[in-house]
Design a protein around this ligand. Structure first.
Ligand code: NAD
Ligand code: UD9
Length: 426
């Protein structure tokens, strides 16, 4: 069976193509980004994805993966999957033109019996718009062409595993389309398919992401509340969360963290907020998560005003990632500059073009934005900083010292002792 993936060079499209090709399908990645397709043809992953390089080599060698920028290629495909980016526009509204433009561009090349799968995260009602467009050009969905929305729910870096292991939501208007979509996924995945209407699947995907975003906002609000108490009391949010949830079944709270962003969670909230008049919860979550940089700067300014130099650890949107899309670290940097703090050292071990470790020398503030594995050894980082007065912010609780001090994850580097000395002292 031939599968064409529009947006096939992307963070979702490429892993999906790899898994399908590895399972025996003949896959064509269709993407407007010719440079990215060339990289893929050369056997190089354009971004990090666990196991990606090996699987790419394997499917290229087997001749089951090809690439093109020409949407005409869908004419040869039994299944056409659309998984292009679905961003919000400058007014924070869903940007629909690209997706609907893709459907228009496909139209001359569509033929009877094809299965069209929408896999991007889409504004509720989009599957219906696509069905209407297909019917306007003479197809009858469920009879001579088939359509389903099957949202991708993988998390970047674990995509190759999760594509196979996660259950699929199959949103279809008719039995025949749903059956075909299920048959395709069931031939590849180890989990179940769950049938919904298209609008239910569209909302279900968005609710899943918003739920995650809300839990991070709750953790961040707890962090800020604990911080307010730490002025007069010995309070440490990381200890509270760790000890309160230990062996207790109903306090499954994630770690707070200054960087809740990325290509999905934040923009997906904007797909939801304008449909009811009082959307306090999602809006409040935006305010809390997006407000974290300003909160950090306020607090740091109280502890050590007017820093000459600030060090930022981590510029990607999440740990151990090389993806900088919608990373809150950039907002933090912008706000530092708005406060007149222009000497900002940015350490990002997973991407080119940032500063060197040595540039951390003498920073007055050191802020952990993204808890990469490379940052786990704080003693080593402290050697680069070489300034005992430097104030550290660890909203994530990455370092042991953040649990041991009574300042809620804020401490000066002089409080840092090598782990063995700490053990001797206790
Ligand atoms: N990144 C994730 O972890 C993730 C997980 C689940 C769902 N999603 C959703 O999947 C969709 C894709 O996200 P992504 O992170 O893969 O985005 P991406 O930007 O990494 O990939 C999208 C790809 O589509 C291509 N493209 C854009 N317009 C095109 C067009 N008109 N024709 C052909 N190709 C075109 C781009 O060149 C790019 O390679 C989004 O809706 C996103 O919300 C993403
Ligand atoms: C519901 C769900 O699970 N959705 C996932 C999400 O995946 P993602 O790639 O966006 O990654 P996440 O791990 O969710 O991180 C997002 C941000 O939250 C920060 N974070 C993380 C852990 C923590 O304890 N505290 C935090 O603050 C982190 O730094 C980062 O900025 O959206 C994808 C696209 O729709 C989904 O497919 C995928 O399932």
């Amino acid at each position: 069976m031939d599968v064409g993936i529009i947006g096939g060079g992307g963070h979702v499209g490429l892993p999906t193509g790899l898994v399908l090709a590895e399972s025996g399908f003949s896959v064509t990645l269709i993407d407007t980004d010719a440079e990215r397709l060339e990289t893929i043809e050369d056997g190089v992953m354009p971004f990090t994805e666990e196991g990606g390089e090996e699987m790419l080599t394997s499917v290229l060698d087997a001749g089951r993966l090809s690439t093109t920028t020409d949407v005409e290629a869908i004419a040869e495909c039994d299944v056409v999957m659309i998984v292009i980016g679905t961003p919000i526009d400058e007014h924070h509204n869903p940007e629909m033109e690209n997706l609907l433009g893709v459907v228009d561009a496909m139209e001359p090349h569509l033929s009877e019996d094809q299965l069209v799968l929408l896999r991007s995260t889409i504004y509720p009602g989009t599957t219906k718009l696509v069905r209407n467009r297909l019917e306007e050009i003479g197809f009858t969905v469920g009879e001579d062409i088939f359509l389903a929305f099957v949202p991708e729910r993988v998390t970047q870096h674990r995509a190759l595993d999760e594509i196979v292991s996660l259950p699929q939501l199959v949103g279809a208007f008719d039995e025949a389309s749903g059956d075909r979509a299920e048959a395709l996924f069931e031939s590849v995945i180890e989990a179940d398919c769950h049938r919904l209407t298209p609008a239910e699947a569209e909302l279900g995907k968005l609710f899943t992401n918003m739920w995650r975003y809300l839990t991070f906002a709750a953790a961040n609000e707890f962090y800020l509340i604990a911080d307010s108490f730490s002025t007069h009391h010995e309070v440490n949010i990381h200890r509270i969360i760790e000890k309160t949830s230990e062996n207790y079944p109903r306090f499954d709270v994630p770690s707070p963290g200054a960087n809740v962003g990325g290509p999905c969670l934040t923009k997906d909230g904007w797909f939801l907020v304008d449909n009811i008049p009082y959307n306090e919860l999602v809006s409040a979550a935006f305010q809390i998560n997006e407000g974290m940089p300003a909160q950090l700067i306020d607090k740091l300014s109280t502890i050590a005003p007017d820093p000459d130099r600030v060090g930022v650890l981590g510029m990607t949107f999440k740990a151990n990632s090389d993806d900088t899309r919608n990373s809150v670290a950039f907002k933090f940097r912008k706000q530092l500059r708005m406060n007149g703090y222009d000497d900002v050292v940015e350490i990002e071990p997973n991407c080119e073009g940032f500063d060197d470790w040595e540039d951390l020398e003498g920073v007055d503030w050191l802020v952990l934005m993204t808890p990469h594995d490379e940052f786990k050894d704080l003693n080593q980082i402290a050697q680069y900083v070489d300034n005992p007065d430097c104030v550290v912010s660890d909203s994530w609780g990455l370092w042991d010292v953040s649990y041991e001090t009574d300042q809620n994850g804020w401490f000066r580097l002089e409080e840092l002792r090598p782990r063995d000395k700490q053990t001797e002292a206790t």
